[in-house]
Design a protein around this ligand. Structure first.
Ligand code: 3PG
Length: 321
């Protein structure tokens, strides 16, 4: 994956901007997306002033990734790059535009909808594509199927994505990010900036899919974890499951641990369907993780990690679901 598609991956959701009509709207939208936790904008050349918006955003919002969308011609690609676009996106595969992006070192995500188009993009060195129009071209099933033969390609599905299918797309391992206009909709015209931020936040929640997994109670070395677990189990009429030498699970929600490296009193563990993505996103928006707290399985896949910050003396752990 290229450096820029890695940054797009970190954020995970790409708002596609198709209908802003003034610089004031452009600024308010940038603020709303930032407040909603999605600091990235694909400014499409469907708008007459796309070039100006890109330049303005690059000059005033260095914390936002700014790309140009609907780049259909070489001329538009040149204009976008001159205005400061950090990546280029198109609905289809225009080889001239991809070659130009390669030549000037600005990553281009061409749109593809079939394996043959994907192979043509790969021939040009593309490692991350826009899958467009995602829903109409087979949606999640098509992306999963393409993940078989094309293992090292990242997909950014766009077209028909919304809150109801976002999590299904993120469940595909080869999805780098999801794009769309759904978080803007009519809210943009009506200047409902708080509503846009709320939709962004909801999208991030769906992407991360965090759920409370279990609570850990940490005991001092002279306390008996088994005895405490028995007390809790009999109080709640639950079964004990011994998981490791120093830890007892009461059913699945409560873990009694003899001692732990993190969290004097204990910890709260949240699970996520894709820990790697969750950590990437949280890092990108400024969360910090405790050095050395990550645990990996035999294949090197991240299994758990702790935030640097504790909550009321409790460590907060993220675990792969
Ligand atoms: C695009 O250009 O990427 C699409 O118009 C976005 O599709 P959507 O409006 O269905 O999200």
């Amino acid at each position: 994956m290229g450096g820029m598609s890695n940054k797009i991956w970190d954020i995970g959701i790409v708002p596609v901007i198709t209908n802003i009509t003034s610089m004031e709207e452009c600024a308010s939208l940038a603020e709303a997306l930032k407040a909603g936790g999605i600091p990235i904008m694909e400014v499409t050349f469907r708008m007459e002033r796309a070039e100006e918006y890109i330049r303005y955003l690059r000059e005033n919002y260095p914390e936002i990734l700014v790309g140009a969308g609907t780049v259909l011609t070489l001329g538009q690609a040149e204009t976008a790059v001159a205005a400061g676009a950090q990546f280029l996106v198109s609905p289809g595969l225009n080889k001239e535009v991809v070659r130009y992006g390669n030549a000037v070192g600005v990553e281009m995500l061409p749109g593809i909808a079939t394996p043959s188009e994907l192979e043509q993009a790969m021939e040009l060195g593309v490692t991350c594509v826009k899958f467009f129009p995602a829903e109409q071209a087979g949606g999640v099933k098509a992306i999963k199927a393409m993940g078989g033969p094309y293992k090292n390609v990242g997909f950014v599905p766009t077209g028909g994505i919304g809150l109801t299918n976002l999590a299904d797309y993120f469940a595909c391992e080869n999805v780098v990010a999801c794009g769309g206009t759904y978080m803007l909709g009519k809210h943009l015209e009506r200047h409902e900036w708080d509503e846009i931020s709320a939709l962004c936040k909801k999208s991030v929640q769906l992407m991360l899919g965090l759920q409370l997994s279990h609570v850990g109670v940490c005991l001092a070395e002279n306390e008996d974890a088994e005895a405490v677990a028995c007390q809790a189990a009999s109080l709640l009429q639950l079964e004990i499951q011994k998981s490791k030498a120093d830890s007892y699970f009461v059913d699945t929600g409560l873990e009694i641990v003899q001692h732990t490296a993190y969290g004097g009193k204990g910890f709260i563990a949240y699970s996520t369907p894709c820990l790697e993505r969750t950590v990437r996103y949280l890092n990108a928006v400024g969360s910090r993780f405790r050095r050395g707290s990550e645990k990996r399985d035999k294949s090197g896949r991240l299994k758990s990690i702790c935030f640097e910050q504790e909550i009321a003396g409790l460590a907060v752990q993220l675990v792969q679901r």
